[in-house]
Design a protein around this ligand. Structure first.
Ligand SMILES: C[S@@+](CC[C@H](N)C(=O)[O-])C[C@H]1O[C@@H](n2cnc3c(N)ncnc32)[C@H](O)[C@@H]1O
Length: 262
C-alpha cells in the first residue's frame, strides 16, 4: 500500500479509537471477550513464566491481563497508537511493575523497545495496521531466535449453516456494510509464512449471543469498520437494524489465529 494511503487509514483508525475507550471498557467488563481471545492466542505457546512479551495494539489493557496470568514472572510491554485507549491501560496498571506502556506506532516498534522478546503479539490489532508488513519486519528483529510472533484476525459472524450472518442481514436491510478490510487475511498469511518458520493458521469460533455481538459492533471503532463513511449516531442506527434481524444464541464469532517462530 502506498504510504500516503496508509497514513490516511492510520489516522482514521486513531480517530475512531479516540472515541472508543469508555464503550470498549464497558463491553470488556461485561463480556470479557478480548481476554478470552488473547487467552486462546497464547494457549498453545510454551513460553517461560518469565517471558518478555510485546503486546502491539494493547488498547485499554484487556489483552495484557491474560498475559500477566500466563507469565507470572514475565514482563509485558504494551504499545498503542491511541492516547485515549492507552490512558485506560495506564490507569489500570499504574502500580504494576511488570507492565510497561508505550504510546507509539506498530510500524516503528524498534524505536521504542530493545530486542530480546520471547513473543510479539498482535491482539486484535493487525487488521487495523495498513503498513503491517513494516511492523512484521520490526517484530522479527525484536524477537529472540525461537521467539514467537502471533496475531488474532477478525473474520465475521456465521450462522448455524455457516453462512455469513452479517452479509445475509445486510442483503435484507441494505445498510451498506463495507466488507473490504485494509488488511487482507490471505496476504497477511503469506507475509507471515515468508518471514517466520513453523507458521500455522487456525480458526476459532466463539459462540456468542446477538446482544454480545451487537455490543461489540456498537463500540465506535468497531462500528466504523462496518460503516466507515457514516457518523457514529447513523452507524448505531444501522447496527440496530442489522442486529434486529439476527436471532438465536448459536452464532459463531469467527477469528483466525496466525503464528510463527523466528
Ligand atoms: C480492537 S483494539 C484491541 C486492544 C487490545 N489488544 C484488546 O485485546 O483489547 C485494537 C487496538 O489497536 C490499536 N492500534 C491500531 N493501529 C495501531 C498502530 N498502527 N500502532 C499501534 N496500535 C494500533 C488501536 O488504537 C486499538 O487500541
Amino acid at each position: 500500500m502506498d504510504p500516503a494511503m496508509a497514513a490516511k487509514i492510520k489516522q482514521a483508525v486513531v480517530n475512531n479509537f479516540e472515541q472508543s475507550p469508555d464503550t470498549y471498557q464497558a463491553f470488556e467488563e461485561e463480556f470479557g471477550f478480548f481476554d478470552a481471545l488473547t487467552t486462546e492466542l497464547i494457549r498453545p505457546m510454551s513460553l517461560p513464566g518469565k517471558a518478555r512479551v510485546l503486546d502491539v495494539g494493547c488498547g485499554s489493557g484487556a489483552s495484557i491481563e491474560p498475559l500477566l496470568r500466563a507469565f507470572p514472572d514475565g514482563q509485558i510491554w504494551g504499545l498503542d497508537i491511541s492516547p485515549a485507549m492507552l490512558k485506560k491501560a495506564q490507569d489500570r496498571y499504574i502500580d504494576e511493575d511488570r507492565v510497561k506502556l508505550i504510546l507509539g506506532d506498530a510500524a516503528q516498534l524498534t524505536k521504542y523497545v530493545d530486542t530480546g522478546f520471547d513473543a510479539v503479539l498482535y491482539t486484535a490489532s493487525i487488521f487495523l495496521i495498513p503498513d503491517y508488513l513494516l511492523s512484521l519486519e520490526e517484530a522479527h528483529s525484536l524477537l529472540k531466535d525461537g521467539g514467537v510472533a502471533a496475531a488474532t484476525f477478525i473474520d465475521g459472524i456465521y450462522d448455524q449453516s455457516d453462512r455469513n450472518a452479517l452479509a445475509q442481514a445486510d442483503e435484507s436491510a441494505q445498510t451498506g456494510i463495507n466488507f473490504k478490510k485494509a488488511v487482507v487475511s490471505d496476504e497477511l498469511k503469506a507475509a507471515m509464512k515468508a518471514r517466520f518458520t513453523l507458521f500455522e493458521m487456525r480458526t476459532v469460533d466463539f459462540t456468542c449471543s446477538v446482544s454480545m455481538l451487537k455490543a461489540f459492533y456498537s463500540i465506535p471503532a468497531q462500528s466504523a469498520g462496518l460503516y466507515p463513511k457514516l457518523d457514529y449516531p447513523t452507524r448505531l442506527a444501522m447496527i440496530n437494524r442489522i442486529f434486529s434481524l439476527l436471532s438465536g444464541e448459536g452464532l459463531a464469532f469467527r477469528w483466525h489465529i496466525l503464528a510463527g517462530l523466528k
